[in-house]
Design a protein around this ligand. Sequence first.
Ligand code: PMV
Length: 326
Amino acid sequence: MKATAKAPANIAFIKYWGKADESLRTPLNDSLSMNLTGAYTITTVAFDPSYAKDQVELLDGEFSDAETARVIRGLNRIRQKAGSELYARVVTKNTFPKGAGSAASASGFAALTVSGFAALEKSLSEKELTIFARLGSGSACRSIPDGFVVWEKGDSSETSFAWSLYPPTHWDIRDILVIVDSRMKKVSTTEGMETVATSPYLAQRLSAIPGRMQEITQTMRERNFVRFGEIMEEDCLDMHRVMQTQVPPLMYWNTATRTIMDTVVGWRNAGLPVYFTIDAGPNVHLICEGKDEARVLDALKNIRGVEEIILNKSSKGARIISEHLF
Ligand code: PMV
């Protein structure tokens, strides 16, 4: 009764910000993302009659009490669905800084969901797995299917799930994740989303998303990188406008973030097709096509304040692997 899963983080091109239902973690809008080869979580779960309580361990780091409680709530949902009352041991590790706005909770809950059900030998459809992952962390549902993934907002728990729009081989898109601050972000996404309705720009954002989803999907079908990048960047700035105009305002960018944003526009003007997107933190994802990655990396050498660079291609979704962490 032990299983290990590897799940990718994902970067959203059309972003999720705001919940329709807080406890079900159903979103206010559809979103679209790419799974990442270079940023992932590996989790081993074992259920055993000899355990007297759940044990949760993060290698190379530490979970807060609140984070541990959230993992245990995830285990409870898995146990309930699989009809088990056994306690579990969970050991997990990330390849990237936790809580730095690079979707550690997405890969974390995707890996927990897939390994947990496998350990209890309960087989679920991919759609069901995305729904269970979503209950742990909304964006985690997008880390389950392969490649480029759509999360439909739906209008209930059963209709809010994720599916693969294109496999990783469809388009050679790169995400150069530029870490400018690896510390824990101040305001979590869960907390930040609670006040989303205080932004006067929320309604405008929500009405723009269906058209944006449709258009970006078309650019992906046609592999039209420039228009794809424009829509993606527009949606990032739109989400941050909502964040920054909430009460209290959420400012996730720092000086290095701003420098990179400005510099990218300059690179583009000089003929280098690269666009940025940013989640709930200061780190910047530079999105380009495979043919331009070396030029972007070269240009990045001149930027100050870069702590680490993580290179990503489009990845498969969460899957079972044979090597356990304990
Ligand atoms: O699922 P959460 O709570 O990690 O929220 C993710 C929200 C953003 O990363 C800011 C946007 C997105 O769609 O990934």
